[in-house]
Design a protein around this ligand. Structure first.
Ligand SMILES: [Zn+2]
Length: 102
């Protein structure tokens, strides 16, 4: 589906912007994306609680990102965290409805 493929991805100090192939534009707060990292550690796996791993974060920078296959993005954050896989489907759904899980 066009709506779940990015045609342009960019970011600045505070926001990530995705322009999707259907021309829909999504803006994400970087700190919000970091705090909602979908990896097991940030989600409270390995015996932790949800928010325990990310609750302390006050500010974050996005150092780099890369595509994972044809379905997701992986971010490298300034706290050296890079295990979250953010699927295009979830990013798009989250942009349209922030109660959607990333
Ligand atoms: Zn994580």
């Amino acid at each position: 589906m066009l709506s779940t493929f990015p045609s342009e991805i960019s970011h600045d100090e505070v926001e990530l912007k995705i322009i999707w192939k259907d021309s829909f534009v999504s803006n994400y707060s970087l700190i919000d994306l970091r705090k909602k990292c979908p990896c097991a550690t940030c989600r409270g796996g390995h015996g932790g609680k949800v928010g325990q791993a990310t609750g302390y974060i006050q500010s974050i920078k996005l150092l780099s990102w890369k595509k994972v296959g044809r379905y997701a993005l992986n971010f490298y954050w300034s706290d050296n965290h890079d295990t979250g896989i953010y699927t295009f489907d979830n990013l798009r759904a989250y942009s349209e409805n922030s109660s959607h899980e990333l």
